[in-house]
Design a protein around this ligand. Structure first.
Ligand SMILES: [Zn+2]
Length: 119
């Protein structure tokens, strides 16, 4: 016959107390869209979530963002130039076709009107 006092926990099987934790200070969805530069502490900080960023990484990101924007701007200007040339060509073609239609009508209408007067 065994009693509860005879049952002893195996040494070392206890789960140690959790002493480590990760502080989740910044919301993961923040895009850090509004940034402030503190010239006193020489830090770059997100206004929305308060995260302090590495200044070099911030500069690197902004430079690459500007480079991308300039590249897109250059491409859009190039595309616009091509489209303007096409519109000019189409305008000339339109004017040429309108002139041909006018000439064709002028050839047809007098003969028709003369004939209709005679009838
Ligand atoms: Zn942020």
């Amino acid at each position: 016959m065994t009693t509860d006092t005879n049952i002893r926990q195996f040494p070392g099987a206890e789960i140690p107390e959790q002493t480590l934790s990760v502080e989740k200070k910044y919301p993961s969805f923040c895009q850090h869209e509004k940034i402030t530069l503190d010239d006193h502490s020489r830090t770059v900080r997100c206004v929305a979530c308060g995260q302090v960023m590495d200044p070099f990484n911030f500069l690197l990101y902004e430079v690459s963002r500007l480079q991308d924007a300039w590249e897109r701007n250059r491409q859009v200007r190039k595309d616009t130039s091509v489209l303007i040339d096409r519109v000019e060509t189409l305008k000339k073609e339109e004017a040429r076709l309108k002139a041909r239609i006018k000439t064709a009508k002028a050839k047809v209408e007098p003969a028709f009107s003369v004939r209709s007067r005679e009838l």
